[in-house]
Structures are given as structure tokens and as C-alpha cells.
Design a protein. Structure first.
Length: 648
């Protein structure tokens, strides 16, 4: 296996830090074991140079390799024409447009993922219709990494884009995409360290995070959370994000079981979990706040022994404000984040700087005990049953069922463990019932419990409810593969393997809105269907020229290979509409690749084009989060619609 990377730096239209970005990424990737790193700057970052470099990367990549495609420079959006800006963009003619189209980059990534699924695309640029300009009030400090070269002829670009769109090629499902900003947001370069010259703010923060000694063991979703915090500390209106399978460890396919990291901010001296009610928190629930000891501008080798230990503080939910929860700290702390929930903590004064200074990048909250727990019945005796019961006492959102109807039953018989749902259907194929499998069974129950909780999401009450008006439509393709769409029943719709559905949302309010599509599949796994933009698709206010309405790409129903083909099974689709950006990856199930026969969730998140990884930004941190939930509850059957619904 070889780790390969193509690094492209197109320093155009006033940018001066792009070459530094490429040098920094070269150093970081070499540290992470990349041995084939190809940097392309100046003339080598022309349209022809970029396309040739990417074709050569496809030719050289072998099965099992890890691949990174990195770009630093300008991005542009002219109407619906989206493209990266190569070094020679100004040499474009009506018959020869030199911009690298989003669809062209997508095609390259698609080819790479057919060879190896271990592909990471990093884009440090942005979409913007405006010319390069200085940020208001900070002249000379920031520089936008977006441009609209109005004098560049783009006729050929429109022709190429139309031809690529007509092909209706499948989307790319396996690429991790790290984006400097949201789709219509801005990325910046600046002097992030005094005297060090300009560089991309996103690239600088990403490199610092990847330099941490613990980085190889932390998933992209958590690492990009730290990147986002560091960018925020630079006072940039920029929201980095991670799309695709962001639960993977850096530059690998492995996904590890991670604690349920909830967002944490401080407002007016109070600690707040934004969207806490959406994540299942209510008054008197307890959490552990984790504050990494992490100076963003110090090299790891400069740290004192033991300095990287995290400070943790126990807290309870004090009040609910809109969809957010406000925490009250307890007079005790502990160090280290590996302690089991509920483990004793040692008393010590709370550090005063936790209430006055900026929160360390990557701060988060871990649920300890919540009111909304899912009950599990353990049907069996012996060491495995005893060990499983002990583990359930340590799970924040699970408990052993003694009375009433459990959401899941673990049947221990004849050397196997089978987990059944409320309808007595097995969630998965039986597992080997040995003491070494306790962790795996517990992880499965936690995943299923999360799915069961997410199924119950509904409109919030009181001040958390979104007042803005949005129109929405759930549609199913009928007949299947016909391209004809009809309204989808909100309750009782029958879905068959291979069916496709889509969701359309329109903003009728005077404020921007964001929406997400979240599915709990027939397997019980939770998937953010719109995970190409986990922080939400932005809908512009009613009356603006563009993006007041959006339709998701068709989502296909599949039957996972590790789920017995017995049905019908419950399939849930939620449309969430909110008034500001919120990363909802925390609600999803992390797929762990333990063996080759583990398949994708039932609601396969058919990812949009790589370019759509760009994010939008709303740094209105003092505002409460308000949202609405619209739901379809359907029955999934394990055969194609053409069979007429007969169970085989």
C-alpha cells in the first residue's frame, strides 16, 4: 500500500499564501506516512497541468492505496457554473475555458474511488460572486479566496458543464471531503502567526490539528471540530466542515467507536450545548465538559510532560433556551477523558480561565446520565450476560429493562447473541457469544438506541419551535426507475429495495434557513442523508434570486447485507428545518469496518459532487436555535417493487 497525494496551489488574483499552503501540507502528509507527494504550483497549476496531474494520479493509484487531492487557491461561482481557478484562467477564450469544473473534479474522484475507497479531498477555497476584496473593517489583514474574473470568457465552460450534466453519472459515495467553508461562504488567507506571512486560515488550522500526536486516533469529524474552533478564534466568518464518511480516522478506512461528542460554547459566562434538545438533553440531565489542553500555535514537542491531558468538568442541564441547553457546573473536576461515565472525580477548584478566556479548540460535552434512556432486556445467564448487564450500567443512554417493553432484547443461546427489535425481528445476523464480544454487542446496542431515539424526533414545544415558514415535499419515484415522482405518504408508505425518494424544501420567510434530511433505516442505523453538507443546506430568504428552494438528489433504499431479509421493517425519514448552522453528524451511526462484509446503511447517503462540500456560515452564536421536524414513517420490504411485495 502506498499513500499518495497531489497538492495543487494556484496563486492568482492577489493571493500570496498559496505556496505556503502547499509546503505546509507537504510536510504534514509526509509526517503521516505519505511517500508519493506531487506538488504543482505556478505554471504546473494551469488547467492542463492540473488535469494531467490528476489523470496521472489515477493511472498510478493501486487497490489499497490511500489518496489525497488538495487544492489551495480561488474558487468561483457564476450562476450555476462552479469551478476552481487554475493559474492560467485569464488565458481562457470562448472556445477554451481554463476553469476546472466541479463536475470534472468529481469525475476524477469517482475514478479514484473505483480503485480504492481511501480517498480524501481537501479544498481551501470558496464560492463567491464578488471580486477579490478586503474584509470590511480589517483592510489588509484578510484576503478572500474567491474571485469572479468577469473578463474571462466562459462559453466553453457552460458547454462542458451541460455535457457533463446530461451524462447523469452516479454520485461519489466514499470520499472524505474537508472544506474550508460552506457552499456560498468565504475562505480567507491571513497572517495567522506574526511575521510568518500569509497562508490559508483553514490549511493552517488543519495542519496544526494534524500535528497533534493524538491525531491519527481521532476521526475527521472531531478533528474538523477543532479546526472550526481555531478558525473562529481568528475571528473569521468561515465554517470548515467534513463531508462524506467523516467518522474515519485520518487517511484510513478504519472507524472507531467514539464517545458522543456534543458541541459546547460559552455565552455571557455560561456554558451552552447548542441544539441540546435535539440531541436529547433536558433539565437535570448530566454531562461532562471536556476542555483539551491545546495551545494552537505550539509544536507538540514543546509541551511539558502530561500537559496534553484534558480538563473535564461535570455539569447538569440548568435551563432550556430555545433548542439550546444551559449548563450549571459542579464543584469538581477530573483529568483524562477515558474514565467511564459516572466514575468518581476528584475535587479541585474550577480553573478561573474556563469562565473568562476563549474555550480551548475542540471543547465538547459528553452525556453522562440522561432522562431519555433506552431499555434493553438481557435474556440469558452466565458470564457474558453478567458482563453485559454491568456494561449497560455505564452507558449514558441505555439501561437494563426490568419492567415494561424494551426497545431491544439480547437473546443468549447456544453460543450466539442475537439482538431482536420490538417486533421480534433480528436487527443483525447472530454474533458469537463470548466475553470478548461484550464491547461489540454494547456498541451495537448504543447504535440501535441512538436510532430508536432519533426515530422519535418531533416538533419541539415552546420557544424552540421555528416560526419561519417553509414549504416541503416528500416524493417517491413511481414506477421505480421511471423518472416520474409522486407525493409520498407521511405514514404507511411501502418502500421496496431499489426504490428512490427525494425531498424538496422552499423558504417562504424573510430570513435564511437551513435544512437537513436524517434517516433511520430498516437496520436501525441513523444516516445524515444530506451529509455532503452536515451543517445544513442553506435556503436564501424568499424573493432572492437563487437558492430559495432546493431538492435533494434521489436517495435509494438498499437492504444491508448484515440484516436478515425479513420484513416489513420500519424506515423513518426526518426533514429538519432550522434557523442557523448546526453540525448534525453527532446524531448519526458511525459505520465501523470490522470486515469486508459490512455494508452501507439502508439509507445510503448518495453524496453530491465534491464541489458541494463548500459550506455557508452563520456566526450568530448568541442566538437560540429554533427548528421544526417533518417526518415520514414507512415500511421497508426486502425485495424489489417489481415482485409485487411478495415475501420470498
Amino acid at each position: 500500500m502506498t499513500l499518495r497525494a497531489v497538492l495543487i496551489g494556484a496563486q492568482t488574483f492577489g493571493l500570496t499564501g498559496v505556496h505556503t499552503d502547499v509546503e505546509v501540507m507537504h510536510r504534514v502528509l509526509a509526517k503521516h506516512g505519505f511517500t508519493d507527494i506531487r506538488a504543482h504550483v505556478e505554471e504546473e497549476a494551469s488547467y492542463a497541468g492540473i488535469t494531467q496531474a490528476l489523470r496521472q494520479l489515477c493511472r498510478d493509484t493501486r487497490q489499497g492505496d490511500g489518496v489525497v487531492v488538495y487544492f489551495s487557491g480561488h474558487g468561483s461561482l457564476r450562476g450555476d457554473l462552479q469551478y476552481l481557478v487554475p493559474f492560467d484562467i485569464e488565458q481562457s477564450t470562448p472556445a477554451d475555458f481554463r476553469g476546472l469544473l466541479a463536475a470534472e473534479l468529481t469525475d476524477v474522484v469517482r475514478v479514484l474511488t473505483r480503485i480504492t475507497p481511501n480517498v480524501t479531498c481537501v479544498l481551501d477555497c470558496c464560492h463567491s460572486g464578488g471580486a477579490v476584496r478586503e474584509a470590511a473593517g480589517e483592510s489588509g489583514r484578510w484576503r478572500l479566496k474567491s474571485v469572479d474574473p468577469a473578463d474571462v470568457a466562459h462559453d466553453d465552460g457552460l458547454v462542458r458543464a451541460a455535457a457533463l450534466a446530461r451524462r447523469n453519472a452516479p454520485l461519489v459515495p466514499h470520499v472524505v471531503r474537508l472544506a474550508a467553508c460552506q457552499q456560498h461562504g468565504s475562505a480567507f488567507e491571513a497572517e495567522v502567526r506574526p511575521g510568518a506571512g500569509r497562508q490559508g486560515v483553514f490549511t493552517a488550522a488543519l495542519a496544526d490539528v494534524l500535528d497533534m500526536s493524538t491525531a491519527p486516533q481521532v476521526p475527521w469529524s472531531a478533528l474538523v471540530g477543532r479546526v472550526r474552533d481555531r478558525v473562529k478564534q481568528q475571528h473569521m466568518l468561515q465554517w470548515p466542515d467534513a463531508g462524506g464518511p467523516s467518522g474515519r480516522l485520518p487517511f484510513a478506512l478504519e472507524e472507531r467507536s467514539e464517545p458522543e461528542r456534543l458541541p459546547l460554547v460559552r455565552r455571557e459566562g455560561r456554558f451552552v450545548v447548542p441544539g441540546g434538545t435535539l440531541f436529547g438533553l433536558h433539565q437535570k440531565d448530566s454531562v461532562r465538559m471536556v476542555f483539551p489542553h491545546d495551545d494552537p500555535w505550539r509544536e507538540p514537542m514543546d509541551r511539558e510532560p502530561g500537559e496534553q491531558e484534558d480538563t473535564t468538568v461535570q455539569a447538569t442541564v440548568d435551563t432550556v433556551e430555545g433548542g439550546d441547553v444551559v449548563l450549571r457546573t459542579e464543584p469538581m473536576t477530573s483529568t483524562g477523558t477515558d474514565a467511564a461515565p459516572g466514575a468518581p472525580v476528584r475535587e479541585a477548584p474550577l480553573p478561573a480561565e474556563l469562565f473568562t478566556a476563549e474555550l480551548p479548540p475542540g471543547s465538547y460535552a459528553l452525556p453522562l446520565r440522561v432522562h431519555d434512556r433506552r431499555f434493553v432486556r438481557v435474556d440469558g445467564d452466565g458470564p457474558l450476560a453478567d458482563a453485559l448487564r454491568r456494561r449497560l450500567t455505564d452507558c449514558p443512554r441505555l439501561a437494563e429493562a426490568h419492567d415494561g417493553q424494551p426497545f431491544a432484547t439480547v437473546l443468549l443461546r447456544k453460543g450466539t447473541a442475537t439482538v431482536f427489535d420490538r417486533g421480534a425481528l433480528p436487527f443483525r445476523e447472530p454474533l458469537e457469544a463470548t466475553p470478548s464480544q461484550v464491547s461489540r454487542i454494547t456498541e451495537l446496542l448504543e447504535e440501535l438506541g441512538r436510532g430508536d431515539r432519533v426515530r422519535d424526533l418531533c416538533d419541539p414545544e415552546g420557544s424552540a419551535r421555528l416560526a419561519a415558514e417553509a414549504e416541503f415535499h416528500f416524493e417517491i419515484e413511481a414506477p421505480a426507475h421511471s423518472g416520474v415522482w409522486r407525493p409520498m405518504a407521511r405514514v404507511g408508505e411501502q418502500l421496496y429495495e431499489g426504490d428512490r425518494y427525494r425531498v424538496t424544501v422552499a423558504n417562504h420567510s424573510d430570513e435564511p434557513l437551513h435544512f437537513w434530511v436524517l434517516g433511520v433505516g430498516l437496520s436501525g442505523r441513523t444516516a445524515l442523508v444530506t451529509n455532503d453538507q452536515p451543517s445544513g443546506y442553506r435556503l436564501e430568504p424568499h424573493g432572492t434570486p437563487h437558492r430559495t428552494a432546493r431538492t435533494t438528489k434521489p436517495i435509494r433504499i438498499t437492504w444491508p447485507g448484515d440484516v436478515p431479509r425479513l420484513g416489513p421493517r420500519r424506515e423513518t425519514v426526518h426533514l429538519l428545518v432550522g434557523d442557523r448552522t448546526m453540525d448534525l453528524n453527532v446524531l448519526t451511526s458511525g459505520m465501523r469496518r470490522r470486515s469486508a462484509n459490512v455494508t452501507d446503511p439502508a439509507l445510503v447517503p448518495l453524496l453530491q459532487e465534491v464541489w458541494e462540500a463548500f459550506r455557508d456560515q452563520s456566526l450568530q452564536g448568541a442566538e437560540e436555535f429554533h427548528y421544526r421536524v417533518h417526518t415520514v414513517q414507512a415500511d421497508a420490504l426486502p425485495q424489489p417493487r417489481e415482485t409485487g411485495g411478495r415475501i420470498r
